[in-house]
Design a protein around this ligand. Structure first.
Ligand SMILES: Cc1ncc(COP(=O)(O)O)c(C=O)c1O
Length: 352
């Protein structure tokens, strides 16, 4: 993509990821034509959308000669896994500031992403609630005093540089769709820290396609997500020196499938995970892609799409969290009362 040519990038992801049809799922739901973009196979850590963002972010960290990467997010964060994997691969240390229900929270078993953070030799700091930014700042100051060069990355990599990963993904999807003679009407994604959706919207604008980008929020309300997406598109356009006019209707966020909150699982999410596994042999995750798929299924049932339309669902990864959610998933499949829906490591919503 021409506008990205001058931006430094380190190759970290296996690209292009496959674009596959989901014929059995489409048939089971009675249309539209459903496709899946396998960004869960980007190959960094357990795969996922963050590998695309990190190609641009880590290139800047390298140019600034950083030797310690500092970032933060939720306790079972997929983001932290991919950052740690990228940092280790590039020979850097990684310090994670994770939100726990209380400071220093340690589960009795290492599981899911927490285990992966540990395997990747991350320095793990668990803080209570909304202290990630302050604690990260303090850590950066401390390690700078010790002679290291820290590089802080905000949650989810939803910065202008990170957003470029999904600007670029649009061009990848368009060439694959052209080769397969698919006329894509919608691209669907789970929306958390909003960089993926913002990048997709900006990419379609730059490439003058009228594909609609539909985001299923996993945490923010629609007004908050819309605002963040608009700000991120503006700052990313500035970085690229492109002048894009975004209409409010270009930003389509569904917030009614968040349910009881970020990371809180429901029967609909488990049903969506099971349906995709049974029909296509693909595993979604309980926090992002399962929730987004539950939303997409509901929108299909409500007749939002015609049978002829083509919808590309981006599998943004996150499958490592299937395992720490094993108990409610199993109970819900067996129609039993789940032991919990709000995870034991739960601590408020996504923050920025
Ligand atoms: C598996 C998965 N899907 C989707 C998202 C959401 O992407 P974004 O934060 O760019 O909105 C995340 C972010 O944490 C994620 O881990």
């Amino acid at each position: 993509m021409q506008v990205l040519e001058k931006i430094p990038r380190i190759r970290l992801a296996n690209l292009p990821t496959a674009l596959k049809e989901m014929p059995s799922l489409s048939e089971r739901l009675g249309g539209p034509k459903l496709y899946i973009k396998r960004d869960d196979t980007t190959g960094l850590g357990f795969g996922g959308n963050k590998a695309r963002k990190l190609e641009f972010i880590m290139a800047q960290a390298k140019r600034r000669e950083a030797n310690v990467i500092v970032t933060g997010a939720g306790f079972q964060s997929n983001w932290c896994t991919q950052v740690a994997a990228a940092a280790r691969k590039l020979g850097m240390k990684v310090i994670l500031v994770k939100r726990g229900p209380k400071e220093g929270y340690e589960p009795s078993e290492y599981d899911g992403n927490h285990l992966l953070h540990f395997i990747l030799d991350s320095d793990i700091n668990v803080v209570a609630d909304r202290q990630i930014r302050d604690v990260s700042k303090r850590i950066c100051e401390e390690i700078r005093k010790k002679g290291h060069t820290p590089y802080f990355i905000p949650i989810g990599g939803s910065t202008p540089l990170g957003t470029l990963g999904y600007v670029n993904a649009v061009s990848e999807i368009l060439s694959q769709a052209e080769a397969k003679k698919i006329k894509v009407n919608y691209i669907v994604t789970a929306t958390g820290s909003v960089g993926t959706q913002a990048g997709l919207i900006l990419g379609t604008k730059i490439l003058h396609t009228n594909i609609k980008i539909l985001g299923f929020s996993v945490s923010f309300t629609r007004p908050v997500a819309n605002n963040q997406i608009m700000n991120l598109i503006n700052s990313t356009s500035e970085l690229l020196s492109v002048d894009m006019f975004i209409e409010p209707e270009d930003i389509m966020v569904q917030d009614e499938y968040v349910g009881e909150g970020y990371g809180i699982i429901s029967k609909k999410v488990v049903e969506a995970i099971r349906l995709v596994a049974e029909t296509e042999g693909i595993f979604l995750d309980p926090v992002y892609t399962g929730k987004a798929m539950a939303g997409l299924i509901d929108q299909i049932k409500r007749g939002r799409f015609t049978k002829e339309e083509s919808v590309v669902f981006i599998h943004t990864g996150g499958t490592a969290t299937l395992f720490p959610y094993r108990r409610p998933i199993k109970a819900m499949i067996e129609s039993k009362e789940p032991p919990w829906t709000k995870p034991p490591w739960y601590a408020t919503v996504l923050e920025n």
